[in-house]
Design a binder for this molecule. Sequence first.
Ligand SMILES: [Zn+2]
Ligand SMILES: [Zn+2]
Ligand SMILES: [Zn+2]
Ligand SMILES: [Zn+2]
Ligand SMILES: [Zn+2]
Length: 429
Amino acid sequence: MNDDKNDDKDLICALVSKHIRINFGETVFKTVYRKKLYDNMNKLQPGKPDDKDFNKIAYNVSNDKRMKIKTGKFIGKKLDIHSFSTAQLEELSSIINLKLFPESLGPKILRGVAITTAYENSVGSRSCMTGECAEYTRLYEMNPDRIGLFVMTAGNYSARAVLWTLDNGRTLLDRVYCNNEVIRELMKQHAIKENWLYKHSFNVLDSDNNCEYPKSKLVVSGLEYTDGCIPYMDTLTHGTENNGKLDVGYFDGSLLDSQEGLLFCGNECYHCGEAFPEEEINMICDSLVCETCESELYFYCGNCCESYSLDDSHFIESEQSYVCDTCFEDYTFCDDCEEYYSNSNVSLITVDGVDKDVCDSCIDNFQECECGQYQEFLNEVDNGDKHVCDSCLSDYHSCDSCCEYFSTLNTINDDELCCDCGVEVMQNA
Ligand SMILES: [Zn+2]
Ligand SMILES: [Zn+2]
Ligand SMILES: [Zn+2]
Ligand SMILES: [Zn+2]
Ligand SMILES: [Zn+2]
C-alpha cells in the first residue's frame, strides 16, 4: 500500500465522517457509525481507481484484488451507510470525486479563441449560446483583455462563467453555468478568494459579499465587436454603440438578449432602434414602436380607436381631432367654408348649375328654388309671392312698366303690364 492510497483513504474517511456529523450529529456518529466506518476503511482501503476513472472509487476485495464502484454506491453498499438522503449522498459523492481528482479541477481563465471552443464544447452545461451557437459568442474572443471565461472541470462535471474586467478595474464573475452544484460552489469560493464580484443567484447580482455594488459601475466599455457575434447577456444586459466600439453594462440602452448574435433585436423600436422591455413597446401598424416614438410619430384615431402614423392623419377642424385614412372617408369637404364635416352633416346641392357639397351651416347661405336648384339669392316674382332661380325666371314675364316679373301680364295699349301697372294706366286714361 503506497502513500497515495493512504492519503485517498484518509481523505474519503474524513469527508464521510464529516458529512455524517453534519447531517446526523456528533452523538450518532460516535455511537452508530464511527467504528463501522473505520473498520470498513481499513478493510477496503478505498482510493481513486488506477485508470483515474472519475466518479468511481477503487477498493480491496477478498482475494487481494481491487475493484471499482460508483462513489455513491461505495458509500451505501461498501461502507454500509444508508442514512443519507439522495441529495446528501449526491453532494458527498461530488465532493469526494472532486477532491480525489484535484488536478482536473484546475480553475482556468480562458481567453481569445479558447472561449469560443469552450462554448462549442458546451463546457459547464448546454445553453442557448453553446454548440453551434458558439459563433454568437465571438465578442468574448475579440476582447481578450476585458473578457475571460472562468472554467472548472472534473471528469464529466464542469462549470463556466464569463469573467469581466470592468472599467473601474474590478473583476465580475458572471452567471455560473454548470452541471453540478458542488462545482458552482467552488466557483463561488474562488470568486470570494480573488475578491471578484459575483452573482449570488442566476438573476441578481450578489451584494452581501461585496457590499453594495452600484449597478452604474457595472460597465465594460470600448469593446471590439461585430454585429452577429453578440452573445445573450446575463448581467451586463444592455449595450450601446460608441465610436464603432460597444459599451455594455447595466444601463438603459439596447437589450442584449438576442439568441442570434444580433446587437439589436427583440423589442427593438422600428423608429429609434432602441430595445425596450415588452411593457414599454407597442405593435402599431405592424411595427414595434416605443412610447416616445409613438407620441411623436403617431396619433390616436378617436373614431376607430387605433393608433396610426401621423402621415396618415387628417385633422378635422370642426371636431378638433385627428382621424385615420379610413375614417376620413366618412368626412366631406364643404365647398363653401372649406372645412371637413361628417358626411351626415353635408349636403350635395346644385348652385347655379354647379354641384356643391355644403355643410349644415353653409346651406343657410343659399336659397332653394322649387325646381331644386340653389342660388345665393332667388328672384322675387308675382309681387313677392314666390322666389325662383335664374333659369326658372324664363317662365315669367317682365312688366313693361315696373320691370318686375309676373306669371301673367295684361296687354293694354300694346304694353305688357302687371296688374298694378295696368290699373294705374286705366285710372289715368
Ligand atoms: Zn422608438
Ligand atoms: Zn380611424
Ligand atoms: Zn360650410
Ligand atoms: Zn328654379
Ligand atoms: Zn309692373
